[in-house]
Design a protein around this ligand. Sequence first.
Ligand SMILES: [Zn+2]
Length: 420
Amino acid sequence: MNKPRADLLIDNAVELITCVSSENDPLGRIQKGAVAVANGRIIATDLRVNLEESIDLTGAEVIDAHGKIVAPGFVDCHTHLVFGRSRVKEFALKMTRSVAEIEAMGLKTGIPASIAMTRETSEDDLFLGALDRMKRMLLYGTTTVESKSGYGIRWADELKMLRVNQRLAQAQPMDVVSTFLGAHDFPPEMDREDPSQRNAYIRELTDKMIPRVAEEDLAEFCDIYCDIGYYTAGESETVLRAGMDHGLAPRIHTDAYANIGGSSLAAALPAISADHLNYTSENEMRLMAESGVVGVVLPALDFAVAHPDPFDARPMLEAGMTLALGTNLNPGNWTESMQLVMQLACRNHGMAPEEAMLAATTGAARAIQRDDQIGCLAGGYQADIQIWDLPSFEDVIYRIGNNAVWIVIKNGKVVVRKNA
Ligand SMILES: [Zn+2]
C-alpha cells in the first residue's frame, strides 16, 4: 500500500492548536503535536509517531517547533484596506478637539474624508498602499483577508477599488476575498434627505453597479451600511436582494450606532454575516443564531472611536451565535494585527481566549464562506499555518501589542520566517 508522501512536517510544538473543537477542548489542542502537509494542503495532524504509520515522511522538510505554538493562519474577515490616504492629521487633532472644531479648520473627517481621498488616488497608488498594509498583515499571521470597496460611492471609483482587490490577489501570498460595498454611504454630492435622490442612487446600485460587479466577477459579497444616517432596513433589503439575484452573497454593517432593524433583516434574508452589533437585541441574536448568520464583531473599532456602548459578546455566544473577529482596518481604525484584536476582544468584550481564537479563525472563515477550506488545521484544509514564539497559547492574549509570529506558512510554503 502506498502511503501519501508529505513535503512538509511541523513537529514538536508545545501545543498544536487545530481549532477543530471537541467536547473537552474547543481549540482541539494536541500537546507535542505535528502537522503533515503535501502540495499546499494538510494531510493530517497528530503525534509524529502516529503520523508515521500512515504517511511517508522521508524527504519532507521538517520545521522543529520545539518551545513554540502552532496555530491556523488568521482570517481577517472585515477590512477596508484599500483606501486613498492616511487620516493621521485628523486623528492627531481629535485627541484634543471636537469633530466640529476640526471641520471648522477646513478638514474633512470620517467616511467622507476617505471617499474624497480615495477618489483622488490613482488605481496604481491605491494598489501600492494596500499592498504595503497586506505585507504587515502577513507578518502578524493573517493568511486570508476580506477587502471591501466603498470609498468610491460612484461607479468609476468603486470599479477602481474592486480592480485593486483583483491585483492584490495576484501580487502577494494571502487569499483576497472581495466585497462590493457601493452602499457604504451615499454620494457626498447628493442630498441624502431627499427621497428621490436616495432612490436614484439605490437604483444605480441595483440596476447598474451590482449587475456589472457580478458580470465581471469583481466580488463574491454585497454589503451595505444599515444604520442611523445611512441606509434604512428597507433600502438595505432592496440592495442586498439585488445582490442575491446576481449571485452576490449578502453581508450587512448594522447596529453600530442604533438599532434600525438591520439584524432582523440579516436573520430574515438570511445574510452570511451581520457586522458590528453594538445595539442588537437578545431576540435578534436568537434569530440570527437560528438562521446561521455569523456575528462579526470589531473590537479595534470600538477601541479606536471610544464607543459609548462596546458590543457584548456574552449574550451573542449564549444565544448560540457563531462569532467572527476582524481588524476593520481602515483610515479611522488602523491596525493590521488580529492578535491585538483578540487581546481587545478578551479585555473589553467578555470573550474567553479560546472564543477569541475561534472567532479569528473558523468563525471568520464562515463569515466569508470559506469554512470548508481554511480556519482550522485538519486533513484536506489549506496549509495556512502560523508558528508563535510563545510558551503557551494564552500568551498571545496576555502580551499586549506583541507580535508573536515566528513563521507563517501559506498554502504549504514558508512566507514569513523571523530570525529566532
Ligand atoms: Zn466596515
